[in-house]
Each structure stands twice: as C-alpha cells, then as structure tokens.
Design a protein around this ligand. Structure first.
Ligand code: SF4
Length: 468
C-alpha cells in the first residue's frame, strides 16, 4: 500500500499564487462545462442512463468476486494471461518480471491512471527501462517531468506557449506555439517509437466479464497503436473496472464520452478480446492483464464508501468543482484529484496521511449532479471528514476546540454565556475590524459577530409570529 503524508498547504498556496495556471484551468473548465451541458440537454434519457449505470455498478460491486472470476476464466480460454496484484509493489514487480522475461527494451504506453497510481514509470526508469507516454497530454507532461493535473486532460495547466518552449528545449526544434505544428512534431517522434516498440502498456476503461474483454476509448488512436503494434500487450487495471457484459458496456459508452470530452461518442472504441496476431496477422501476439487491488477490497468492505468504486474516471466532477477550478490538479498531491480524488485519497492512503483531503470541498453538490454514475460525493465527504475527526488526525488544537464545543453544547447556561461573550468583546474593536482569531483569520475573514445573537433574534421572530 502506498504510504505517504499529503502536505497540501504549500501545494495549494503555490497553485493559488500562479495566475497562469488559474487562468488556463478556469478557461478550460468553463468551455467544458458549457459543451457538456449543451449535449446533455439533447438526451431525454440522460437521467435514465445514469440510474442504469448506477444500478449496474451496484450489482457488480455486490458480486465483484464472481465477476472477476468469470472475467479471468473467459480470458484464459482465449489465451489472455490474467495476473493478480494485491498492491502497487506486486503490480510493479509483475510488470518488471514480464519485461525481463521477454528481454524488452522499447516500451510505449497509453494513458493509464492506474499505472500512475502505482508509480510504474519511476520504477521502470530505476530499472533502466524508459517507457514512452504516447497520449499527447501525457507525452507533454512526461517531457516536463510532471504528473497529470486532470483525469482526462493531463496537461490542462499548461499554455501552448509553455508547451512550445518545452518542445524547443527538450526536442531541439525551433520555437513555435502553433498547436498544429506542435502536434506534427509529437506525432513524428511517437511514430518512430511505435514502430520500434516490443511492448505496449495500457490501462482500460472497462473490463467485460462476459466474454472476457477490455474496452479502451480514446480520440488519438495512440491506445490502438499501443495495444496493436507491439507483439506484447500488458494492461494494468483496478479490479473495480469490471462490467458484466456488452449490454452493460453500451450504457457506459453513452455516458463516458459526454461526461469526459463532451462528445456523443469517442472517436475510437477499442475492444480487446484476444491476442489477434495468429488469427489475423496483426495485433498483439501475447496479452497480459494485471488486476490490481491496492486497497480496493478494503473500500469494498465498507457498505457506504464502496460507492466511490463506481467511478469511471470521466473527470466531470473536476470540471464542475469550484475548488478544482481555483487550484488545479497538482495541489491535491496525489494521482486522483478533484472531488473524487479527495474521497479516494483518505481511503487509499489512510485517514491520517490524507487528513486534509476531504475538506477540500465546498460541499456544493455540483459533483453529484453531474456524475454519470451518480456517486454521492458530498455525502461520502461528510463521512470521511467525520472519520478524520474521530481518528484524531486533525490538529490537537482543532480537537480541543471541538471537545470544548461538545462540552458547551451539553450545558445551556454556559453555551449562552460563551456565545454572548464574543459579541460583547468585539465592541472593544473599531467598527470596521473583523474579529481576530490567530491562525484562522490569516487566510480568511471571520467577519463580525451579530451583536444581538441568534437566540435573541429567534425569540423576536417567535414573538412576531405569535402576534400575526
Ligand atoms: S466521480 Fe463521477 S464525475 Fe467524478 S470522475 Fe468519477 S465518474 Fe466521473
């Protein structure tokens, strides 16, 4: 299991103080929201599809063990090798063993958040293997030695001028910020590596239990090349990616492109159901799938939070989150960011390690409204906040304040006195001065206390109602 303490405050401060980043993210989010809303309005069945997707995931999670076994056995019948990884370390080692067994030097990769989750690239680099990311956004951030800042648009935080300078520095070309020219440069570089690759590593959007197949949707055809050109294909995916059959898949293929990229359908839908080389003369000769647990079984065991495993990583909740729009993806400190990221971080990394994550939300509910599988993120965040408080992962001062409040709430006389006092104390301050609370008011204003107080106002209101 990954174990790291997320130090988010410096990351958040850095993001807030970067006007270029905030402007790039804001612009992209606004246009994504508008185009998605326009598309959703065209579908009368949208809510019905969401309900159906939720029901499918609910059924799958309730019988995940059976669906996984069915998937494995159907894959095995067609010569696909399925491996099981209990954690990130085992998944990395399985990948390396396969690479070493086949003496592989050249690897291309298509976008895979699961491989980011297990830090596969860094591990392979340490072992002298240099996989090349082939999704354009991933290629850019690999050149910049960064991690994705969005689930779907990994380089959303960069302007085209920054990408132009990056290509100039790393690829030795003349500076240009023309997107078409930059695309041609990347395409040329990637093509050389595709042709030389001995292995392609991918993730998968879905794994279909019956008949035992992977589904990868994309717009650039790089996933198709990654999984079809090299003789060996390795896919790494979380165990929650399972769907029962193609009929269930059809529902998700309607919801995913609208939610992820505001398209009615993705440009390419790759269904990988067998190593096709022998039968068709093209495609992989050997296909391997690593099914990763890495904490998912633990999440599954929680009757409420297991709903967070329904996520199809479409990114819609990020695009509608006021917090994400202000700080971008890197400020969340982990591979999964935005509203779904802050529900997953404490579950994967631990309540103490990710104690701040569930609080990075206004609980406005926009994420729930747009989620294509209807994950009630705000509800889960409240539960996770509670978990953090109960695990006493919050600061000792905060814990003390909460204990003091709990004690006061049980003693009405004292409570009245404690809520009356600040209103009186502020009369000592100049009229335009907010009430100071060391630390808390460094980053926000507490405003002034209502000098009348809630109880007095409530009594007044009751009296008025009685007279009416
Ligand atoms: S939580 Fe819902 S909206 Fe957010 S990425 Fe997952 S599926 Fe998409």
């Amino acid at each position: 299991m990954n174990s790291q303490s997320l130090k988010l405050k410096p990351l958040i401060s850095e993001a807030i103080e970067d006007p270029q980043l905030r402007s790039a993210v804001r612009k992209a989010m606004q246009s994504t929201r508008e185009s998605r809303a326009g598309l959703v309005a065209q579908y009368d069945e949208w809510q019905h599809w969401r309900d159906r997707a939720h029901a499918i995931k609910h059924e799958v999670m309730n019988h995940l063990d059976e669906y996984l076994e069915q998937f494995e056995s159907n894959c095995a019948k067609k010569g696909i090798h399925v491996h099981w990884a209990r954690d990130a370390e085992q998944a990395r080692q399985l990948s390396l063993d396969l690479i070493k067994h086949h003496k592989i030097k050249n690897i291309v990769k298509s976008k895979s958040l699961t491989s980011e989750e297990i830090h596969l690239n860094a591990f392979l680099e340490k072992n002298g293997i240099h996989p090349l990311e082939t999704d354009l956004g991933e290629y850019i951030i690999q050149l910049k030695q960064q991690t994705p800042s969005h689930l779907i648009i990994p380089a959303i935080h960069l302007s085209r001028q920054e990408i132009g300078r990056l290509f100039q520095e790393k690829l030795g070309i003349d500076y240009t910020d023309d997107p078409e020219e930059l695309l041609q440069v990347a395409r040329q570089k990637l093509r050389e590596r595709f042709l030389a690759a001995e292995m392609g590593i991918s993730g998968a959007n879905f794994a279909v239990a019956d008949p035992g197949a992977l589904c990868i949707v994309e717009n650039e055809a790089n996933a198709h090349h990654t999984t079809h050109l090299p003789p060996i294909h390795l896919a790494i995916l979380g165990i929650e990616k399972i769907l029962p059959d193609y009929e269930a898949l059809a529902t998700f293929l309607r919801l995913l492109p609208v939610s992820a990229t505001s398209q009615k359908a993705s440009t390419y839908v790759n269904i990988l159901a067998e190593p096709t080389f022998e039968r068709m003369g093209e495609g992989a000769k050997e296909m391997h799938i690593i099914l990763l647990d890495n904490g998912r079984s633990r999440i599954l065991a929680d009757p409420q939070l297991r709903e967070t495993l329904f996520c199809i990583r479409c990114g819609a909740c990020l695009n509608h989150c006021p917090v994400y729009e202000h700080i971008g993806g890197h400020a969340y400190g982990w591979v999964y960011m935005g509203p779904i990221g802050i529900t997953l971080s404490p579950q994967f990394l631990g309540r103490k390690e990710a104690k701040m994550s569930p609080f990075l939300s206004s609980l406005c509910g926009a994420c729930y409204e747009v989620c294509p599988v209807k994950i009630n993120i705000p509800h889960h965040l409240v539960r996770l906040r509670n978990d953090v408080i109960e695990s006493e992962a919050n600061s000792p001062l905060e814990a003390l304040v909460i204990r003091a409040w709990a004690a006061l709430a049980q003693r009405p006389q004292l409570y009245r006195m404690a809520t009356w006092l600040p209103g009186k104390a502020q009369q000592l301050l100049p009229k335009d001065k907010a009430f100071p609370v060391p630390g808390y008011t460094k980053e926000r204003s507490l405003g002034r206390f209502d000098s009348k107080g809630f109880r007095n106002r409530f009594h007044e209101w009751q009296k008025q109602r009685g007279q009416q």
